[in-house]
Design a protein around this ligand. Structure first.
Ligand code: PXP
Length: 238
């Protein structure tokens, strides 16, 4: 059974547009869970453009809610994440000027730092994940670093689906990476840019156990409500 993680960063983006309290990501986290999300994802960015430290702390205090906190490798963020005490962490690359996470981690360049961070969270019994590009080399590096999970960056695949271009090569690249990771005993997740169509295609890859989806869910909810959007995604990934 594949799981759905709902990224609620853009509820905070909307709240911050007014600099006031509505819509409240804390209430959204509870609500989304009640609508069937298997976990909540939030990204505590270095520039705090959406989720703030207090949001993360409050959301992680909700009982029976599994929270996946996305973090960069920066010391300040790692320290805060340890205080926030999420159930899961996912290390992602971060670049100040980007609109969203543009690609997977550069594992080779940041090997020592990433290994150190993974060990810190593993000692605290927090599930660890690395956001990587669909590449066999990166899967091998991820294994060497000792992560519990990987999340495959599906942005390129999702863009090919949206623009109705040939998806075969990218699909096979993703499939190969997922299989390799699974063979190494790493749990496989996928996320970024996913809509109904791209998600449906990726459900053919049996190794993917979790999808983390944000922007499309929040955007589509304007028209159909978050309850029915989550329901539809759950049906697709079932
Ligand atoms: N997974 C990871 C690791 C991400 O960084 C993001 C974007 O914050 C997502 C999933 C969700 O991407 P989207 O908002 O495009 O669905």
């Amino acid at each position: 059974m594949k799981r759905l993680g709902v990224n609620i960063d853009h509820i905070a983006t909307l709240r911050n547009a007014r600099g006031e309290l509505h819509p409240d990501p804390f209430l959204a986290a509870k609500f989304v869970k009640n609508q069937g999300a298997d976990s909540i994802t939030i990204h505590l960015r270095e520039d705090r453009r959406h989720i703030k430290d207090l949001d993360a702390k409050n959301i992680c205090s909700i009982k029976n809610l599994l929270v996946n906190l996305e973090i960069s490798i920066k010391e300040e963020i790692v320290k805060n994440a340890l205080k926030i005490k999420p159930n899961y962490i996912c290390i992602v690359p971060e670049n100040r000027k980007e609109i969203t996470t543009e690609g997977g981690l550069n594992l080779k360049k940041n090997k020592n730092r990433i290994k150190k961070i993974l060990n810190i969270f593993k000692k605290k019994k927090i599930r660890t994940s690395l956001f990587i590009n669909p590449s066999s080399k990166d899967v091998l590096l991820a294994k060497e670093l000792g992560t519990d999970c990987i999340e495959i960056h599906t942005g390129r695949f999702a863009n090919l689906v949206k623009s109705k271009k040939n998806i075969n090569n990218e699909f096979l690249r993703i499939k190969k990476s997922c299989k390799l990771a699974h063979d190494y005993g790493i749990e496989v997740h996928a996320g970024h840019g996913l809509d109904y169509k791209a998600t449906k295609i990726l459900t053919k890859i049996k190794e993917i156990e979790e999808f983390n989806i944000g922007h499309f869910i929040i955007g589509e909810s304007i028209f159909f409500g978050i309850k029915s959007v989550i329901k539809k995604f759950k049906k697709i990934i079932k």
